[in-house]
Design a protein around this ligand. Structure first.
Ligand code: CA
Length: 240
């Protein structure tokens, strides 16, 4: 059973997240103070930490910085809506993902599942590094896989069933975002931010344009259905 540390000083929110995680079968510990959280994380081996940024004691980014030097535990940051700099510094400091408050609990649970799958904290645990895991991602080596499709980040190469697909940089980036967030519905805003950068000023329908390019080069070219539209929300690539 995965053990998750929830660091959040808003009592109600922390309790809500705890209930939902326990309901999903996770073991949960909680802390509402940065300094206490750092101590807990240093002395216990959690599989994942959900870390709020604005905390009493020590702020979340500082906790993250001190942890990243010594602990391999994956961290998902909980950030305020407009705290762009927090997101950037958080990812720079080693967080594996972030989620913006307020969030839908389903999105949090999906991100938790993905983080646990992609970042098994205890690499000595043979179950965690099982080679026949359905998602054969190896983000450390920059390899992302969906069915017969493989994206090799280092070589900047995408193949389907061994056949090479030529993509522009932006198409490549968007495909990488889809492959590393499988089963998570991505909104146009999220895609725009991840593909074009935080400071992109322009229309979100640029996202639809790139999705169309990807579909013509992948879905249509190989007669498959990779990128699905979720009406009114965005797009998703499902692993099954
Ligand atoms: Ca807070």
């Amino acid at each position: 059973m995965s053990h998750i540390l929830v660091v959040e000083d808003e009592e109600k929110l922390a309790r809500f997240i705890e209930l939902e995680l326990v309901h999903e079968g996770y073991e949960v510990s909680k802390s509402g103070d940065g300094r206490e959280a750092l101590e807990l994380a240093t002395n216990n081996s959690y599989d994942l930490i959900l870390l709020d940024i604005m905390l009493p004691g020590l702020n979340g980014l500082e906790v993250l910085r001190r942890l990243s030097n010594t602990h391999p535990t994956p961290v998902i940051l909980l950030t305020a809506r407009d705290a762009v700099m927090d997101k950037v510094s958080g990812l720079d400091a080693g967080a594996v993902d972030y989620i913006t408050k307020p969030f839908a609990i389903e999105e949090l649970l999906a991100r938790v599942r993905v983080a646990l799958k992609l970042h098994p904290a205890h690499s000595s645990d043979p179950a965690a590094s099982s080679s026949n895991d359905a998602a054969s991602h190896d983000p450390k080596n920059g390899i992302f896989v969906w069915k017969d499709l493989t994206l090799d980040e280092k070589r900047h190469r995408v193949t389907y069933g061994g056949k090479e697909i030529t993509l522009t940089n932006r198409e490549f980036e968007m495909l990488k975002v889809f492959l590393s967030n499988q089963d998570i519905v991505l909104s146009r805003d999220t895609l725009l931010e991840k593909v074009c950068g935080y400071d992109y000023v322009g229309e979100t329908n640029i996202v639809d344009v790139y999705v169309r390019f990807l579909r013509s080069k992948i879905d249509e070219a190989f007669d498959i259905k990779m990128i699905e539209t979720v009406r009114g929300v965005g797009y998703v690539v499902k692993s099954e």
